[in-house]
Design a protein around this ligand. Sequence first.
Ligand code: UDX
Length: 453
Amino acid sequence: MRISVYGAGYVGLVSAVCLAKLGHHVICADINEDKIKLLASGECPIFEEQLPDLLNEQLKTGHLQFSSDISYAIGQTTIHVIATGTPGNPDGSADLTQVFAVASQIAHETNSNCLLITKSTVPVGTGDQLEALVQTILNNSKKSYRVDVVSNPEFLREGSAVHDFLNADRIIIGGEPETLKPLHLMYQPLVDNGISLLTMSRKSAELAKYTANAMLACKISFINQISRIAEEVGADIDEIRLGIGSDGRIGPHFLRAGIGYGGSCFPKDGRALAQTARTLGIETNLLDAIDAINDQQKNWVVEQLNKHFNHQLKNITVGIWGLAFKPDTDDMREASSLVIIKALIKAGSKLRLYDPVAMSAARNVLPEDKLITWCKSAGHVCEEGIDALVIATEWQQFKNYPLSLLVKNLAGAPLIDGRNCFSLTKAKDANLTYYSVGRPKILSTERKVHDAG
Ligand code: UDX
């Protein structure tokens, strides 16, 4: 099939490359000329496992093309996948400007019947609005083409997006059965591999996407709230997770307590769903609580530091391991590290920061500040006698860091582990002063006497 994908962001780029891998001829179009030039030369602008190799492989086969000429992409096919961004508006609703702009250009320029597939995350009812917009444009230009609009949300995780596309738990397509036929063909190679293709109404498909994200975010905020109770009473949230996760009705996934979720989807999509509900006059208590608990959880690190240092954070030196919102990505959007860093700068602490891949992304979003030292490695963070070390992202290299070396470097300074990277037994055996989420605190027998000077 010949397919045009509009938007070379996370979703568009991964979808385009993977659709080419499935054997389709794909044009990925984006108005950002620099990005398109980079991609056409085989350079991948985002940090994403497997993507650079697959991008170059598909460029070589000739199945994949990049263009900054949207009209060219429109003219090459009748299957149009819209994968542009839907950033959050100040009131939480999704900004659909880019989605509408692409749809209206297609309606203006199409010379045949065609199909619009929305892959961007759009509020329920957007398909109806797109259909009305397109029809108005066709009527005004006295064109009698038929333009169908269907929904095909994505469920890709950053860091494993290629894997998730090619090994999806399910594919959802929403629209009238007749209009969905091309999508059955498009995904046939994945269906042949045993992946289920679920067909439903367009509105159900649109809402299913938000529901999946809200459910996952709900699980995280739920376990984080329980972790507060566990911490207070001396229970262990990881044992509790095992205890409940083995119940088939609950399942073990997305129940890791930590310092809150971030990224480009959960926070933004949760707020957009709540905003949709509010406009329908529906109470949003649960959706609001998921968001509020997440915000509170991002303060957990600073709360522990305040307890440990008796609210005297000025002039102490805090090392932070991990800046990205999660491992295996350089994405800093809504990262918990940002909340910690901003609070510590406000308190006058000196910071030594390190992330294996997100250093330049972090420098782009954090203001230059004399309190910040950008470090070269995890070990470099701990040099020069830090007063506390924080883990904000659970990169494998931190989990593998030799505890004997860490204990030596920390010399009794506390490790505030926001992602529960180490077992309590290991931390105790290593003689660490160790604070972790929802688990009993461990105190080293060699506590450092704090002198911030
Ligand atoms: C998510 C969805 O998983 C994906 O289906 C959707 O398309 C986009 O949003 P992503 O944002 O890439 O993907 O990250 P994900 O791996 O889902 O993690 C989201 C956040 O939740 C991270 O900040 C992570 O640290 C946190 N998390 C995840 C927890 O705190 N605990 C968990 O048990 C799982």
